[in-house]
Structures are given as C-alpha cells and as structure tokens.
Design a protein around this ligand. Structure first.
Ligand SMILES: Nc1ncnc2c1ncn2[C@@H]1O[C@H](COP(=O)(O)OP(=O)(O)OP(=O)(O)O)[C@@H](O)[C@H]1O
Ligand SMILES: [Mg+2]
Length: 417
C-alpha cells in the first residue's frame, strides 16, 4: 500500500473501488505492463491484499477523488456507486473517466428502461413509480400504490418490482401478488421503483461487449446464465441456443454498447421468452422465434464474464484495460469448446481456503478464484471455472468444486449437484 503515487512510465489505470473486480483487473494488468492503482475504502475487500498500489480513501470526498484522478491516466470502476457530480467535475476538467458519467447513468434501472424503450431496444413492458415524490412527475404514494395494483392485475395478478438503484444479486427485486403490492409501494421510501410483468423465461443469456473511445466494438460468444434466488449462480459456454439466436443476441449486445456509449466492457443481460402470449411487439420484439429482451446492463466487467479468463482468447479484464486505454481490442473467440463457471457463495463463516485442497483433489482441472472476502451467508466469495469438450461434465465438475469450497451440506454428504 502506498500513500504517495508511484512514479512510472507505464500507463496508470486508476480503479475506484477495491473488490474482486479490481483484483482481477490487476491480475490482467501485470502482463500488459499496465500499472493499476486502486482507490479502496477501508471496508473494501478483495483487491487491497494483492494490489500493491492500493490507496485507502473515500471516493465520495472531492479532495481525495481529485488527488487520485491527478495520479492516473484514466479512471475506471470496480463498482458504479460513485457520486456523479464529482465525476462530472473530473470530466469537465479533462480527466478520462471511462465509462463516462453519461454511461454510468444507465446503472439506474428506470433510466435504462426509458432510454432503451425510446431507442427501440426490446425491453419488458414496464412502469416507473416514485412513491416518495418526483418533482417532475408528482404522484402521491397512494396513487402509485393504485397504479401498481392495476399493473399487477393486468399481468396475471403479479408484478416484479425492482428498486431502480442500489440493488444487486437479486437484492432489490421482489415478485409481488396484486394483494401485497399496494402496501409495499405505498410504504416504500427508497429510490423510484420499476414494475414489470413476471415473464416466463426459457433462458437467461448475457452478451459481453467491449467498446473503445475510438468506437471499436467486440462481443464474445454468447453466455448462458443461471440464476438462483435472483443471483447469478452459474455461467455456461456455449449458450444452448440456435446459431440464429446467438447472432441476434450478439448484434443486440453490440447495439446496446453503442447506445450507452460504452467505454470498456459492458455486460448485457438478456431474457429469452418463447411462446406467443408474451409481451407485445411495441418494444421491438421479433414476432417469430424466441423473443429477446434486454433485462439490464452493467457498464463494467461482470460476473457473467469471469470464465473468459480461461475460456477466451482475451479475457474481459484484459479487454477492459485495452478498451479504457483506447488500445486495439483482442480476439474474443473461445479457446475451449465448453466452459462453465460456478460462483462460490458463502454458506458459513469458514474461509473457503480451508476446503481448497479437497476441492482441488476432487476436481484437479478446477480453476479456483478466491477473492479474499470474509465469508458470509449468501455472499459471493469466489468462483470456479472448468473447461472441457463436454459442457455438462464441465458443469458437474465446476459445481462440485464450488460446493466443496462453499461447504454446502449436500457436498459434505458426498452427493453431486
Ligand atoms: N420480469 C421478470 N420476470 C421473470 N424473472 C425476472 C424478471 N426480472 C428479474 N427476474 C429474475 O430475477 C433476476 C434478477 O433480476 P435483475 O437482474 O433485474 O436484478 P439484479 O439484482 O440487479 O441482478 P444482478 O444480480 O445482475 O445484479 C433475473 O436474472 C431473473 O432471473
Ligand atoms: Mg441482473
């Protein structure tokens, strides 16, 4: 850890936030000869233990952020919860903030939905409600509650309610019946809410894309994601979809990257809905074949792309560094016919490292990534990637290793997942 910036001739990429994404960016920076400097808050875990040039400081303090910006060539992010006003001030004085504040605004689900719908990008039908009062759209909590009940009743008696900001890993997403939704909305005190119909999802996909400030865009082969309780549990490559759907999905991902003006990597989460009774074509859905909807985007490296470290010609972390430095992008093809990533999710307070030898003994081909975070119930503390010709087998192996690391009871009794 250093208090003073290190003098260097290497390009210096400054990362705001010191979690596992900063840690994995650092792992990619070293062979590229890129100097990574991290601004971490004291409570951040993941990066500080392995990134030599970690500056401890509060990114919400203008003087701290200014000094950090002056010590790097470009600023990028481990997380997007950074004050946009402070970042705009940096942009105004010529600091390279990548992605830009205009792109970071898309971290807000209400902003995303509105802008994508305006641009003709297919999104689920939605309703934005602000029960605490939005000066531009004055509506009392009771009116919002009535609107929410009507929306749920129109959509089979249930609606998905999402906090527009601050949610992650399914925290901030609720599926509510019409009987409960009114009270929920009326007593809500947080950021505006986004309501959607509950869709019958046949699959969830992710398109990982990268875009440089010069406008070069690359997408990786399509990824299939598996959520448990709203949280990403597994990522599978290749996605089990027809080639035609993969082409459509990647084109949609690239279009979204352009639309949001991405600089660096962006993850575009997609819903696949089959059947003809699902939402209308007003949002641009294709009338034939499975329909694709953009669920949400993350304007940064993302959990769905962790398997690119081992499975792709260029990992999302290397690509992000190349992109924010406006260097040419690397090839994105897969170097393995199949790959599966399984998250290691905390089940108890025990360090997964204590179980690592057993996991590696049982799955020697497991690529284990542990983030050095204090384990807590439901917290992502690492991931495992397994490559192979056979996706099903890689899936079994990745889950077996992840379950052992997490200390999942099913694994303690020796059953496979
Ligand atoms: N309208 C919907 N219909 C059916 N399932 C949904 C719907 N919206 C969300 N889900 C389910 O909940 C999951 C989490 O939703 P979403 O991606 O909006 O929340 P999040 O907490 O921001 O996610 P992340 O874990 O990516 O941060 C989705 O991946 C999907 O499995
Ligand atoms: Mg999501």
């Amino acid at each position: 850890m250093t208090a003073e910036p290190v003098v260097t001739v290497e390009p210096v990429v400054g990362v705001i936030g010191g979690g596992q994404l900063a840690r994995m960016l650092a792992e990619a920076a070293s062979p590229l000869g890129v100097h990574l400097r991290v601004l971490a808050s004291p409570s951040d875990e993941g990066a500080a233990a392995v990134v030599a040039d970690t500056v401890l400081g509060d990114h919400s303090d203008a003087a701290t952020l200014d000094a950090f910006a002056d010590s790097v060539d470009v600023i990028t992010f481990d997380h997007e919860n950074v004050d946009h006003g402070l970042l705009s001030a940096l942009e105004a004085r010529g600091v390279a903030v990548r992605p830009s504040v205009a792109t970071l605004l898309y971290s807000d689900k209400a902003h995303q939905r509105r802008r994508f719908a305006e641009a003709g990008i297919p999104v689920p039908e939605f309703l934005v409600l602000d029960p605490t009062g939005d000066p531009d759209r004055p509506a009392g909590a009771a009116t919002c509650a009535a609107d929410a009940v009507a929306f749920a009743e129109r959509h089979g008696g249930v609606a998905v309610v999402k906090a527009s900001r601050g949610g992650y890993d399914g925290r901030g997403v609720w599926m509510l019946p019409a009987s409960d939704i009114g009270a929920f909305v009326e007593t809500w005190t947080g950021a505006p809410l986004v309501l959607e119909p509950r869709l019958e999802l046949s699959l969830e996909l992710a398109v990982l894309a990268a875009r440089t400030p010069s406008g070069e865009v690359a997408t990786w082969p399509l990824l299939e994601t598996v959520q448990v309780d709203g949280m990403c549990d597994e990522v599978l490559l290749p996605a089990a979809v027809p080639a035609e759907l993969e082409v459509r999905a990647r084109a949609l991902g690239a279009r979204v990257a352009e639309e949001v003006g991405a600089q660096g990597v962006i993850a575009v989460e997609l819903f696949v809905v089959s059947g003809s009774d699902e939402p209308d074509d007003a949002h641009g859905a294709d009338a034939t074949g499975p329909r694709l909807f953009v669920n949400e985007i993350a304007p940064r490296v993302h959990n769905s792309g962790h398997l690119t470290i081992e499975a792709s010609a260029t990992s999302q972390f290397e690509q992000h560094l190349r992109a924010v430095l406006d260097w040419p992008l690397g090839p994105t093809h897969s170097v393995s016919p199949g790959a599966v990533m399984a998250n290691v999710v905390g089940t108890d307070a025990q360090e997964p490292r204590r179980r690592q030898a057993r996991a590696l003994a049982e799955v020697p081909g497991a690529h284990v990534h542990l983030y050095g975070k204090t384990p807590r119930e439901g917290r992502k503390v690492g991931h495992v990637t397994v490559l192979g010709d056979d996706r099903d087998r890689a899936r079994r192996d990745a889950n077996r290793a992840a379950d052992i690391l997490a200390g999942r009871p099913s694994e303690m009794t020796g059953s496979t997942s």
